[in-house]
Ligand binder design. Structure first.
Ligand SMILES: *[C@@H]1O[C@H](CO)[C@@H](O)[C@H](O)[C@H]1NC(C)=O
Ligand SMILES: *[C@@H]1O[C@H](CO)[C@@H](O)[C@H](O)[C@H]1NC(C)=O
Ligand SMILES: *[C@@H]1O[C@H](CO)[C@@H](O)[C@H](O)[C@H]1NC(C)=O
Length: 181
């Protein structure tokens, strides 16, 4: 199941080749897709990413104690990822831009916001290498530092962005793959 690390492997290959512009990367028009998490040598084998109380989780069950949960579709608008609720009874009320915290050494949850507040709520710079989600900083450096942190519920993970590349001993390096709906 080594191929599950494809995203991370590609990212590394890009650095090694010194390829640091998005020019070679696929830019697609805005069509809706879903995001799935892969990693941990198959431990995380295509878990859907969904909205829960403003944060991004991967799994088939909702976090215990959470109040607003919904499946989502994603569309890429320039370099932002805008989500839409799959459930008409659960509108997102504008809280629809996916963000990561890219401040120095941050290791924070991936979530959704109405307004960009970079660097803690960075909503731009997202690109896809093939189907794999990555982030390009203003200097053109491309990384894929998505991690899945286990919750108390088996098979349910909180998504994080590991800007500091910290090993917390429990989280799993993952890649996010898009699949059209
Ligand atoms: C998401 O979709 C799956 C499959 O249809 C369903 O089992 C699950 O309950 C949905 N989750 C939410 C939060 O609506
Ligand atoms: C859609 O959202 C409503 C309100 O939150 C909820 O009661 C319902 O179970 C959801 N439907 C699905 C299919 O998840
Ligand atoms: C958006 O507002 C509606 C109505 O107040 C509420 O039911 C829903 O849970 C809100 N959505 C989110 C994501 O908080």
């Amino acid at each position: 199941m080594k191929y599950m690390y494809f995203g991370a492997v590609v990212a590394k290959a890009l650095f090694c080749a010194g390829l640091t512009t998005a020019a070679a990367l696929q830019q697609r028009a805005s069509t809706s897709f879903k995001l799935f998490a892969y990693g941990g040598d198959g431990t995380i084998d295509g878990l859907p990413v969904f909205y829960s109380d403003g944060l991004a989780y991967a799994g088939w069950k909702t976090p215990s104690g959470s109040s607003v949960n919904t499946n989502i579709t994603v569309a890429q608008t320039s370099s932002s990822l805008t989500i839409a609720s799959r459930n008409n009874s659960t509108p997102l009320n504008g809280t629809s831009l996916l963000y990561i915290d890219v401040s120095s050494a941050a290791y924070s949850a991936v979530g959704f916001t109405a307004t960009d507040a970079a660097p803690t709520k960075m909503t731009t710079g997202f690109i896809f290498y093939g189907s794999w989600a990555m982030w390009e900083d203003s200097a053109g450096k491309i990384t894929s530092l998505f991690y899945a942190t286990p919750t108390a519920q088996e098979g349910l993970y909180l998504l994080k962005w590991n800007q500091g590349v910290v090993d917390d001993g429990k989280s799993i390096s993952i890649s996010l793959k898009k699949r059209s709906v």
